[in-house]
Design a binder for this molecule. Structure first.
Ligand code: SF4
Length: 438
């Protein structure tokens, strides 16, 4: 192999999975850049001599995508198109031993918390002074903002604690420092993420500190939107809602995966909350933060789910009318508690139930969107596509929620990354259309 110095090494980082994995890739890229590596993220033209794949190991489809990506680059290495191939992230954390046997072309596999070890193999130093620094891969006006790692919850179906370990908070002062640096680089929207956002503070401070963190981040100049993702319903920190209601730069938006709407399933899934308490919580959130958009995620076909459980879920979605909703079909994950139960819901029934819920949600979303016609909203513009400027209201997270489309005609001038007011003149099930207004 041709001997190269750092400057001659070009690294292409590939990220699979969730926004938390993306932040890990950004931190890795920051460290590589600081060690004089030429580093790219998911470069189309693969002229890198080193490829690092940051994998996802969450559920079947995601695992398959990770394996297919590793195999694709293993073939490229076999064909002499790249010199070194490294794999990290959740799939590697969970199946390292098996992967080392099945795909030996990979030079080394690393776990989710082994960044220093990976840098060492690349003859790079782990620079402690860079903690909180990273190479942002999203459009610079928004950034995912990981406030904690790991999870202490016992959800029966979930393999994430196996891959990410116990909940560990990042101190408020470190997060404020990072937010100030991001704001100075042009970030206007912080998307707060963790495995369990509402657990924030219990590990480092011994008490829930999400409300305090929100106040501190809300005081950072230049941050115009703070968005909350991955809240957990049980023991929800209600004081955080008061901060959301009082601070205009905290989006009236909350992503809170609820997973199901039947008491029987919430018990089997070990969610630690009943249907009645869930309904109460949703009502309290909507009362304390008027106009808030609630996003949730559900699972169809978990072991033990009866037709009656599904009907309870359907009724729950029908009555709650979430502004945003996603649903997965259950995936039988080894070493989770649910894996000790028979996977007794046939695959086609899982899919039928998920499809029925999404069809119901499509109708609800259409009605809620039609109610926004004639209103004017502050929109953050992300991109230009198919003759439209495409943006989001404070009720929309990137990549998963609705978008606002404004015709990019000769009289309409929008700078991407800027906010502008848009009057909505029509709606579809998952998008809004409008024109710029003063
Ligand atoms: S809170 Fe989320 S990450 Fe944690 S165990 Fe439950 S589903 Fe998994």
């Amino acid at each position: 192999m041709k001997v190269r110095n750092q400057l001659q090494n070009k690294v292409n980082v590939i990220t699979l999975g969730c926004s938390k994995n993306l932040v890990d890739s950004e931190v890795l890229m920051g460290q590589l850049r600081a060690n004089d590596f030429d580093v790219t993220h998911e470069a189309k033209k693969n002229d890198a001599n080193i490829v690092i794949i940051n994998t996802c190991g969450f559920i079947d489809n995601a695992k398959q995508e990770s394996i297919d990506t590793i195999l694709r680059y293993a073939d490229e290495k076999q064909a002499g198109k790249l010199e070194k191939l490294y794999v990290t992230g959740c799939l590697s954390q969970r199946y390292k031993d098996e992967l080392e046997v099945e795909i030996p072309q990979v030079d080394a596999y690393f776990g989710t918390l082994e960044l220093p070890q990976m840098l060492k193999v690349l003859n790079a130093d782990y620079k402690h002074e860079l903690i909180g620094e990273r190479l942002i891969t999203t459009p610079k006006h928004y950034a995912y903002f990981k406030i904690a790692e790991g999870c202490n919850r016992p959800c029966s179906f979930c393999a994430i604690p196996l891959m990410r370990g116990k909940h560990v908070d990042r101190p408020i002062e470190d997060l404020v420092k990072e937010a100030k640096r991001l704001a100075s680089m042009g970030t206007k929207e912080l998307i707060l993420i963790a495995q369990d956002l509402t657990y924030y503070g219990l590990q480092h401070y011994g008490e829930r500190k999400l409300a305090d963190l929100l106040r501190n981040l809300s005081d950072v100049n230049g941050i115009e939107w703070i968005r909350l993702q991955y809240a957990y319903p049980s023991q929800f920190p209600m004081d955080a809602l008061d901060v959301m209601a009082e601070r205009s730069n905290i989006c009236k938006y909350l992503d809170m995966p609820l997973q199901h709407g039947s008491d029987n399933m919430l018990k089997i899934m070990r969610r630690g909350i009943s249907k009645r308490r869930t309904v109460e919580l949703v009502d309290q959130i909507r009362q304390r933060v008027p106009g808030i958009a609630l996003r949730t995620t559900l699972i169809a076909g978990h072991p033990g789910e009866t037709q009656q459980d599904f009907e309870d879920l359907y009724e729950f979605v029908e009555q709650t009318r979430f502004e945003r909703l996603g649903i997965f079909t259950y995936s039988h994950e080894e070493n989770t508690h649910s894996h000790t139960l028979p996977d007794d819901v046939p695959a086609e029934v899982k899919q039928e139930r998920a499809d029925a819920i999404m069809e119901l949600q499509q109708g609800i979303s259409m009605e809620l969107n039609e109610a926004r016609v004639g209103q004017t909203y502050k929109v953050l513009f992300d991109r230009k596509e198919s003759g439209h400027f495409v943006g989001r209201t404070e009720f929309d997270s990137p990549e998963v929620d609705n978008e606002v489309l404004v015709p990019a005609d000769k009289d309409t001038h929008v700078r991407l990354g800027d906010f502008a007011n848009v009057k909505i003149n029509s709606a579809s099930d998952f998008d809004l259309y409008g024109i710029l207004v003063k």
